[in-house]
Design a protein around this ligand. Structure first.
Ligand SMILES: N[C@@H](CCC(=O)N[C@@H](CS)C(=O)NCC(=O)O)C(=O)O
Length: 213
């Protein structure tokens, strides 16, 4: 059985939605961030970055949310959450997954925690926060343009794990001055995906109810 180390709403959310959509039994293990448990010696043995999530699949220990998802979609081709390996659409799926995790997610991290870069320099922190918000907004605009031309989902009509990833990031980005939902095609994707029972179950199991993003 899969084991997902999580904290409510953290970067585990997208892997968790994918697990629910696949429909395989999985155990959730709370990493209590309130107690800084992600930096405990035991957890660092699983994930040397001290970050959440980590997936345990038998003797395989995986960190990085996107890597966990790519592993899950490969393990469960019957769930059809990614185009078949070798297909041209598969390359597009990789493109959007990597864009989401490497570009948008990283910029959102800087926006949420600018002081991790600037320390106690309040003025610099504000400059970095504003810069990161602007850059994250530009990435969201790229997604909006793509969905306008090729939507309603990342791969047109075809549901893929990338759609779940955007839901996770959009939840984090809600406090932005120009939040993801301000873009109509992103809002439409978020409505479609958050209506899926797998998504509601994943957030409910993490203790999150009400509007997701
Ligand atoms: N790129 C990593 C980022 C993971 C990450 O930063 N997780 C956050 C929660 S969303 C975390 O564990 N933060 C705790 C910390 O930095 O101490 C991934 O996608 O798995």
């Amino acid at each position: 059985m899969y084991q997902l180390h999580y904290f409510p709403g953290n970067a585990n959310a997208a892997p968790h939605m994918v697990l629910e959509e696949i429909g395989r039994r999985h155990e959730l293990v709370l990493v209590d961030r309130a107690m800084n448990a992600q930096k405990s010696n035991d957890y660092l043995k699983l994930n040397p970055n001290g970050r959440i999530p980590t997936l345990i699949d038998g003797d395989l220990v995986l960190f990085e949310a996107a890597a966990i998802i790519l592993h899950l979609v490969d393990q469960h081709p019957e769930a059809d959450l990614a185009p078949r390996i070798g297909a041209r659409e598969r390359a597009k799926f990789y493109q959007w997954m990597i864009f989401l995790t490497n570009s948008l997610q990283e910029e959102l991290m800087i926006w949420q925690y600018p002081d991790r870069l600037t320390g106690s320099d309040v003025a610099a922190t504000e400059i970095v926060r504003q810069g990161a918000e602007k850059r994250a907004g530009a990435y969201l605009d790229v997604i909006e343009q793509h969905l306008t031309a090729n939507g309603p989902l990342f791969l047109g009509d075809k549901l893929s794990a990338a759609d779940f990833y955007l839901v996770m990031l959009a939840r984090w980005a809600r406090p932005m001055a120009n939040p993801p939902r301000a873009r109509p095609h992103i809002a439409n994707l978020l409505d479609k995906i958050t209506a899926l029972p797998a998504v509601r179950r994943a957030y409910a199991r993490e203790g999150i109810t009400g509007e997701i993003c």
